[in-house]
Design a protein around this ligand. Structure first.
Ligand SMILES: [Zn+2]
Ligand SMILES: [Zn+2]
Length: 226
C-alpha cells in the first residue's frame, strides 16, 4: 500500500523476526511517521499537558470552579507540531476521510495501554459537529476516532451552538451556554473522543451534560494536545 500522506509505496520490512508473524499494517511511510511527535515525558495526569507537576496550573483552576471538574481525565497521543497541523487540516478541512486511518494504530494503542483498567461497559461518545460544519466537511472526525476503538460507540450529543470558542476569554468560555444537547441519558461510563484538546472547555461542557443526566464518569481520549 501507499503512504496516506505522501503517497510513496510502503515496502514492508521482512526480517527473520517477522517471517512467521505478520507485521502490523502501516498507513504511513517511516519518513512521515518520524515527522509526527508522540507525546512523551512528564505530563499532567489530568489533561496530558507537558508538566513537571502531576496536576498542571490549568487543571488546578478547573477544580476551583465551585463544582468538581466533570472530566476525570484526558489522554492525548500527539504533540501539535507542524506535520500534525498539516495533516489535520487536510483530514478535517479538506475532507480527506481516508487520512484519518493513519492515526488509527496510534489511537487504539493509546486506548489499550492507558484505559485498560476502565470498566468494560464503557461507551465511546464522539464530540458532535454542528449541521452546518457537517455539511461543509462531509464527516465528523470525532466519530471516525470513536469507531476506531474496540467499544460500542454512541452519538449521544448534538450541537446547538457553533464551534468557535477560541476568541473568548477563559471566563467567557466557562460561563458560555453549553453548546451541546443530549439525545439519550446514559448510566454507563463514557470516553469522549475528539481530535484536539486545546482549552478543555468543549470536553467539559460535554462531560457536565452527560453527568447531569446520570453518567457516572467521563474520560476523554484526544488525538492531539494543542
Ligand atoms: Zn509518507
Ligand atoms: Zn492539566
Amino acid at each position: 500500500m501507499n503512504c496516506l500522506w505522501c503517497d510513496v509505496e510502503i515496502v514492508p520490512e521482512t526480517s527473520w523476526a517477522n517471517v512467521f508473524i505478520l507485521p502490523k499494517p502501516k498507513n504511513l511511510c517511516s519518513a512521515c511517521m518520524n515527522e509526527l511527535s508522540v507525546l512523551k515525558g512528564k505530563r499532567c495526569k489530568k489533561c496530558s499537558r507537558k508538566s513537571e507537576e502531576s496536576l498542571c496550573q490549568d487543571c488546578k483552576k478547573w477544580d476551583l470552579h465551585g463544582v468538581n471538574d466533570p472530566l476525570t481525565l484526558n489522554f492525548s497521543v500527539f504533540d501539535y507540531n507542524e506535520q500534525m497541523q498539516d495533516m489535520i487540516s487536510r483530514w478535517k478541512y479538506r475532507g480527506d476521510y481516508c487520512l484519518g486511518y493513519s492515526f488509527k494504530p496510534f489511537y487504539t494503542e493509546a486506548f489499550e495501554k492507558e484505559f485498560i483498567s476502565l470498566p468494560k461497559d464503557i461507551v465511546a461518545v464522539p464530540i458532535p459537529l454542528s449541521n452546518e460544519r457537517m455539511k461543509e466537511r462531509g464527516f465528523n472526525q470525532s466519530l471516525q476516532l470513536a469507531d476506531f476503538l474496540p467499544l460500542e460507540s454512541c452519538e449521544l450529543l448534538t450541537r446547538v451552538h457553533g464551534e468557535k470558542q477560541s476568541k473568548k476569554t477563559r471566563k467567557e468560555r466557562i460561563s458560555a451556554l453549553n453548546p451541546f444537547k443530549i439525545t439519550k441519558t446514559i448510566n454507563k461510563p463514557v470516553v469522549l473522543t475528539d481530535d484536539i484538546y486545546t482549552t478543555g472547555s468543549t470536553l467539559r461542557h460535554a462531560a457536565s451534560l452527560l453527568k447531569e443526566q446520570g453518567c457516572p464518569t467521563v474520560y476523554a481520549l484526544t488525538l492531539v494536545r494543542g
